[in-house]
Write a protein that binds this ligand. Structure first.
Ligand code: NAD
Ligand code: IPM
Ligand code: MN
Length: 356
């Protein structure tokens, strides 16, 4: 197979982890006889510095004509001034919107040999396998927002806005995915308070009853979900929720696996290229030290192979290689529980060894 992959390393540890993802994709191409063509483009803070915008036109155009996009992370203290005209994060949001990537799949799966990396009790996190569907192009991130003068200074607002179709399309995608899993879907909302959540609940309940009667369906309020995720994470299979709830709950959920550095994600639309990224950010305090965990990005490459290129065997090969490395006991600092650790490049080396 021939495929074009756009690399968007971004800021902070982004370039370090994307370099390892690229090496893994190259190794997959070599082993399975594919041709992957890579092109690297700027996004985020470095793009603001060099081009005055977080998502240069050329970067967006390259993504649009590619088969898949692999992104590291954007952002950092250098660009954090609340009064700045533009922000690195705006580039990522624009990319998601422009590519129509309404569904963000975030798997939270524990590894048998890594259970003690979690701050939670081992017995609680064993065999956790949750697939979050986080809505990605609506809600507070994209609703009307602004500031106006106020007698006390200023007033600011962000609006959580969703329509029926935006809810229906991701709910259907989540329910379809649950068919090949435990056949359980949980909607997370705040319908006891928010009108927008009441629409989510109404649309989701109707779709689940009419189109997916064989799938077990329940709803959980988001505040309770924050608690259940750490008290009974094994009880969940597919979870579907709006943009910001999904953002927050999946960072929380990463602690089930032990580290943000373990969680990959795939952002998909109804057609066109998918965007693959670790769920973590640019980790400014460890950037440049060569100690970031590249496994989230490498696992995102497996999702890229599966979802955008239809290469299931290759995806499984990458996941198996990661599992073996963990079985062999190799750990980056974030998952070493204070024991011996290896660096980003070395971790990549071990994945490559196991892939071969
Ligand atoms: P972060 O995810 O960058 O870091 C949170 C914590 O996790 C830090 O302690 C960090 O060192 C650690 N960590 C994250 N990834 C790691 C890895 N691969 N290996 C080892 N440790 C890792 O979140 P933050 O510090 O809140 O945000 C930093 C910047 O990143 C902000 O500018 C934020 O906007 C941005 N951000 C970007 C993305 C993205 O590009 N998708 C996601 C989240 C945050
Ligand atoms: C994520 C990040 C982004 C988000 C930011 C950087 C815009 O936190 O991918 O989880 O909030 O979606
Ligand atoms: Mn986030």
């Amino acid at each position: 197979m021939k495929a074009s992959v756009v690399l968007l390393p971004g800021d902070g540890i982004g370039p370090e982890v994307v370099a390892e993802g690229k090496r893994v994709l190259e190794a997959v191409a070599e082993k399975f006889g594919h041709q992957f063509e890579f092109s690297t483009h700027p996004i985020g803070g470095n793009a603001i510095d060099d081009f005055g915008t977080a998502l240069p036109d050329d970067s967006l155009a390259a993504c649009k004509t590619s088969d898949a996009v692999l992104l590291g992370a954007v952002g950092g203290p250098k660009w954090d001034d609340p009064k700045a005209k533009t922000r690195p994060e705006a580039g990522l949001l624009a990319l998601r919107k422009e590519l129509g990537l309404f569904a963000n799949l975030r798997p939270i799966k524990t590894h048998a040999k890594l259970l003690d990396a979690s701050p939670l009790k081992t017995e609680l996190v064993r065999d956790v396998d949750i697939l979050f569907f986080r809505e990605l192009t609506g809600g507070l991130y994209f609703g009307p927002s602004g500031r106006k003068p106020h007698s006390s200074g200023e007033e600011a607002f962000s609006t959580m806005l969703y329509n029926t179709e935006e809810i229906a399309r991701i709910v259907r995608m989540a329910a379809e995915a649950s068919k090949t899993r435990q056949k359980r879907v949980t909607l997370v909302d705040k319908a006891n308070v928010l009108e927008v959540s009441r629409l989510w609940r109404q649309v989701t309940t109707q779709i689940m009853a009419e189109e997916f009667p064989e799938i077990a369906f329940d709803v959980v309020l988001v505040d309770a979900m924050a608690m259940y995720l750490v008290s009974r994470p094994r009880d969940f299979d597919v979870v579907v929720t709006e943009n910001m709830f999904g953002d927050i709950l999946t960072d929380e959920g990463s602690m089930i696996t032990g580290s943000l550095g373990m969680l990959p994600s795939a952002s998909l639309g109804s057609s066109g290229p998918g965007l693959y990224e670790p769920i973590h950010g640019s980790a400014p305090t460890i950037a440049g030290k060569g100690i970031a965990n590249p496994l989230a990005t490498i696992l995102a490459c497996a999702m890229l192979l599966r979802h955008s290129l239809g290469l299931e065997n290759e995806a499984v090969a990458v996941e198996t290689a990661v599992n073996r490395v963990l079985d062999q006991g190799y750990r980056t600092a974030d998952i070493s529980s204070g024991g011996p650790s290896i660096g980003t490049r070395e971790m990549g080396d071990h994945v490559l060894k196991n892939l071969a």
